[in-house]
Design a binder for this molecule. Structure first.
Ligand SMILES: Cc1cc2nc3c(=O)[nH]c(=O)nc-3n(C[C@H](O)[C@H](O)[C@H](O)COP(=O)(O)O)c2cc1C
Length: 146
């Protein structure tokens, strides 16, 4: 096994300790989060980003009654592509990507959370164009009021 480069470790620790990404997230009014589904969840880079922005005292805090989000008066949209269908049972329970992103945003206090789901284009390749067009139309409609 290759030894970790000590310089890489320092950079990683600094990103989390300095809360730079959390500060940047707090400063924004609106969030547009775009992810594919990878193996039922989000890509690991997105998970690492969420680990950096979910910072106690920045985006949420603990109270006697449990955690509360600190991001008030913000809105978000998750634009999410996945090759199969997960909007309806029985596959719905396997969606750990859109549900995770929506939950994380709500946990941090964002109450207005939208999703644009582009799904099934690999399951039904003949309908891929139709599926893309429907998702683009939904994104355009949402953008008008976002
Ligand atoms: C590593 C990897 C894992 C994937 N896992 C899933 C999956 O679990 N479910 C699914 O429906 N599609 C899965 N896909 C397909 C992608 O979600 C799909 O191709 C999507 O359109 C990718 O978005 P993009 O074209 O914006 O990159 C996977 C693709 C890759 C590369």
């Amino acid at each position: 096994m290759q030894e970790a480069n000590p310089d890489d470790r320092v950079v990683t620790v600094d990103v989390y300790r300095d809360n730079a990404l959390a500060d940047q997230f707090v400063a924004a009014d609106k969030y547009v989060i775009v992810t594919p589904m990878w193996n039922l969840g989000v890509p690991p880079m997105m998970k690492a980003y969420i680990d950096a922005i979910m910072a106690v005292g920045k985006t949420f805090r603990y109270t006697e009654k449990g955690p509360i989000g600190l991001l008030t008066n913000k809105k978000a949209v998750h634009i999410h592509a996945r090759g199969g269908f997960y909007s309806e049972p029985p596959m719905k329970e396997f969606d750990f990507a859109n549900r995770y992103i929506e939950s994380v945003l709500r946990f941090m206090g964002v109450t207005e959370v939208h999703s644009v789901i582009c799904e099934g284009h690999e399951h039904l390749p003949d309908k891929a164009d139709e599926i893309f067009e429907a998702a683009i139309a939904k994104a355009r409609e949402l953008a008008r009021a976002f």
